[in-house]
Design a protein around this ligand. Sequence first.
Ligand code: 8ID
Ligand code: ZN
Length: 351
Amino acid sequence: KIPTEQWAQIAEKVGGPLQYKKIPVPKPGPADVLINIKYSGVCHTDLHALNGDWPLDVKLPLVGGHEGAGIVVARGELVTDDIAKIGEAVGVKWLNDSCLSCTFCQQADEPLCLKAKLSGYTVDGSFQQFCVASARHVSHIPEGVPLDEIAPVLCAGITVYKGLKESGARPGQTVAIVGAGGGLGALAQQYAKAMGLHTIAIDTGDDKKKLCEEMGSKVFIDFAKSSDIIKDVKAATKDGLGPHAVLLVAVSEKPFQQAAEYVRPRGTVVVIGLPAKAYIRAPVFESVVKMIRIQASYVGNRQDGEEALDFFARGLIKVPFKTVDLKDLPKVFDLMHQGQIAGRYVLKIPD
Ligand code: 8ID
Ligand code: ZN
């Protein structure tokens, strides 16, 4: 029943081009499952991977993708767990596998595992019909949840949910979302709202402004139109002291060098976006006398994943997405490169 060949988007070298072609169906290792991918979100990380933006080598040739929702069709001989049974809906995340026995894994910091395997980066990901992932790392997709809409939750959702928790922001407080019109940003507003937070959305253009209003932000600041972003962000809070937390999910360096100046005293700047060759910058004097915190956040552990999916299953999260076919991935990357995607694109993987 499982074919020997399948359709995939594959890059032979860094920078591409992508080739849409048939490749062999992979075999799951002893502790893995084989997943028939139905839908996959396209994260900006996939474009960073293709472009070789980061100081970490990608596997080549590479099948990208790490927001894959599908059905388990085969299991390795060591998979005896109740999770990831044949026929079950599961999600392939960025964290494809980790050792589960190092000091980080033992403390549920699986993303920090030095042996972690990364979907669509160090191992082939979800831009193919059949994908391999560790049975212990796939997310369990609750019954009745649509596989297209849940796909973006598997990276964007989990990551911003974790980032909001790391920020320490409490219900009733305010968080600024920088890059609010993109995939992570849109979901960050939804999770923040569900957690009882006010949001200030920062991005550019009318499409993204409209999206952010739909996502529940009462304030939208257009970074391309603002002549003083620091003043404008502070002014968007009731007492003018700035937001309690800032979630940086943009793909340009500038906001990573501004956030420390508008975050509230005792507030937290959460670094999530990964623009190429970028540095974070903060003025020492103001940082000290405001006692601010700069906290980086990297995807989430398995429990964060289950919780992020549960928020969705409870009807608290609306995912703004458009669907195109797997073969159209290059068009999605073009739009992404131009900064023209409001929300997320989800690929329909052929049956
Ligand atoms: O675990 C992690 N830390 C993690 C997980 C997943 C993704 C990190 N990421 C990283 C991605 O690799 C990428 O660098 O988060 C970043 C955002 O991913 P995305 O949401 O998938 O990207 P997008 O949909 O292209 O959205 C980016 C938005 O940033 C805006 C753009 O207009 C776009 O809407 N933006 C830019 I570029 N410059 C901005 C600025 N100065 C800005 N928004 C506000 N101010
Ligand atoms: Zn991602």
